[in-house]
Design a protein around this ligand. Sequence first.
Ligand SMILES: [Fe+2]
Length: 386
Amino acid sequence: MSVPSSAGASAPAPATRDVPAAFLASAQRAGRDASAWTVADLERDTRWVTPLDDDDRAALVAGVRAGRVPDKPLLQYRAGDFPFGARVVARLRAAVHEAEHGRGIALVKGLPRAGVTAAEFELMTWAIGLHLGVARPQDKLTRYINAVKDVGVDYRSPTGRGYSSNAELDFHVDSGDVVLLSCYNQAPQGGDSLCSSGVSAWRQLVAERPDLARVLETESVPFSRQGEQSEGEPPYTMTTVFARTPTDVFCAWNRNRIHNGLKLPDAPACSDALREGVELLDQILRRPQFMYRMRLEPGDLQILSNFTTLHSRTAFADDPDESRKRTLFRLWLATPDGLALPPAWRDKWGAVEPGVVKGGMRGHHYDDACRAFERRQAEALGMRVD
Ligand SMILES: [Fe+2]
């Protein structure tokens, strides 16, 4: 898989002036080829899709019903409470591996859905997460799993979160090594998932405007915390949009948070070049050859790398029946086999080494129960909590 190295006849001439030759030489081929996919690549080779069979579904349903205890707090469950069996767990692990070390995107199709309640489906998603990694908190309420459902939130407000709205979302990454999204109900109209490879976008940006690629790798930009910072935390985090290691290209992207971050009164000023780079990158991500559209169906489980694959979704119109409203469940996981992050990202992530629990948003209710859950879960998976 590869991305064209030239920008094409209609694109602007490469702005190579003032760009060091050493940067160009290393930047053009940066990242793993598998993760630099185009839409045509995903359509041609569908090994990133794992269809489950009836035995897998039976194992998942039996496992979740065996483990479920009414009113038991989620943080008190352990992987062993849900005996899914080695076969289906291995298939799920392989999908996570594809998301982390392959294309950056995986789709597991056919989780049990018929006759499964929303509560069982949510618990099944949680239990799958217990087998695969350490769940990370996601919001100011310190929730470790969230229903992605429209509850009328204004996504564009300074404190809006897209998962609680029905709006079209900007491209972004979540937190933790991977994000899992399981689909219980899909909307009758809209709500399509959009994915774009940050590695492909990087290579295209280097081909078209290496000067802006360099700016996005060297100048930090403020990402708004959308008002969900913990006490003592600033209302934004600072990081570069791109960073590299000898093997990987990492993309920290959230257009909505960057736009809001740039408006915060205390945020550091950004150069015009950085603003130009942000706009061009967003445009590249949406080009037809790079933006892959998929429609999650009930029972689908999407798994994405939060470092190499950017995601978004289209606006949707919900079913008026409450029980049929678009409902997905989202998990952010730190995984035992995550990528080694760029050293410069230590501040943002707390740790950069593989196998160390990182990512997440502690929010306002991070307490001893959270710490105990994370320690226990990390230990069970051979991971470390720093
Ligand atoms: Fe997201």
